[in-house]
Design a protein around this ligand. Structure first.
Ligand code: SF4
Length: 236
């Protein structure tokens, strides 16, 4: 490399995952089908530019269904998933809704529901307040699921000896941090049930691996993303 020459590495894969592409398409197609405006509950994906461009073609973003002024218009649920009470609320109000939850998040929802029905208490590893976590926790009754965020939390949780435990995770966590939390969980609760297949999705895993691969070659690393995106934060 010549002196002062700047070498730029691009991580691969990078950019939007299939779940994000799908959710954006759902909003665009819904606007085509129903005409504007179409309401979207929460940012469809955590990306400011996407949200702004969808606003321009007729999407109105709200945080709760109660904020929707014209209930005759359809509402779309974001890729992060929603608690069960949300579609129920839309149904009770006779609203049309379209669910853009990523299928990989829905997979975790069904996992939680099935394990709960089989008598397990669910431990969810995730970030408090993240919409995906709120959505996953809202799939089963409140007393059936416990959220933990750190190794310290593993030490703090108390369960009865005979209680059947199972864990699931948010789809967009740090692979390395989560591995450590899971190891601690298994050490403390050797009989804990785990998901058949990892809950952290392939897109998250691949992007973190791609960053790790080139990070050691770089003096400076730029992540282009949103501050409220779990995925952007986890590769930073
Ligand atoms: S679960 Fe994975 S694939 Fe689905 S939207 Fe989230 S990051 Fe993308």
């Amino acid at each position: 490399m010549r002196k002062n020459e700047l070498k730029i590495y691009l991580a691969s894969p990078r950019g939007f995952c299939a779940g994000v592409d799908r959710a954006i398409e759902i909003v665009k197609k819904s606007i085509d089908k129903f005409g504007p405006p179409v309401y979207v509950r929460h940012e469809i994906v955590h990306n400011k530019h996407v949200v702004e461009s969808l606003k321009k073609i007729g999407a109105i973003f709200v945080e709760e269904i109660s904020e929707i002024k014209d209930k005759s218009r359809p509402v779309i649920f974001s890729a992060h998933g929603v608690p069960k009470k949300v579609p129920k609320e839309a149904e009770e109000l006779n609203m049309k809704y379209v669910d853009a939850t990523c299928p990989l998040v829905s997979k975790v929802h069904r996992e939680a529901e099935n394990m709960y029905k089989s008598g397990y208490h669910i431990i969810l590893i995730g970030h408090k307040g993240h919409p995906e976590v709120i959505g996953t926790m809202g799939q089963i009754p409140e007393n059936g699921i416990t959220l933990i965020e750190t190794i310290e939390d593993v030490e703090k949780i108390i369960f009865k000896k005979y209680e059947k435990l199972a864990f699931i995770t948010q789809t967009t966590l740090s692979v390395d941090d989560t591995k450590e939390i899971i190891e601690c969980l298994k050490k403390r609760f050797p009989k804990i049930n785990e998901p058949k297949k990892e809950d952290i999705c392939y897109a998250t895993t691949n992007r973190q691996a791609a960053v790790k691969k080139i990070a050691k070659l770089c003096d400076m690393f730029f992540v282009i993303g949103s501050r409220n995106s779990s995925n952007s934060k986890k590769v930073s």
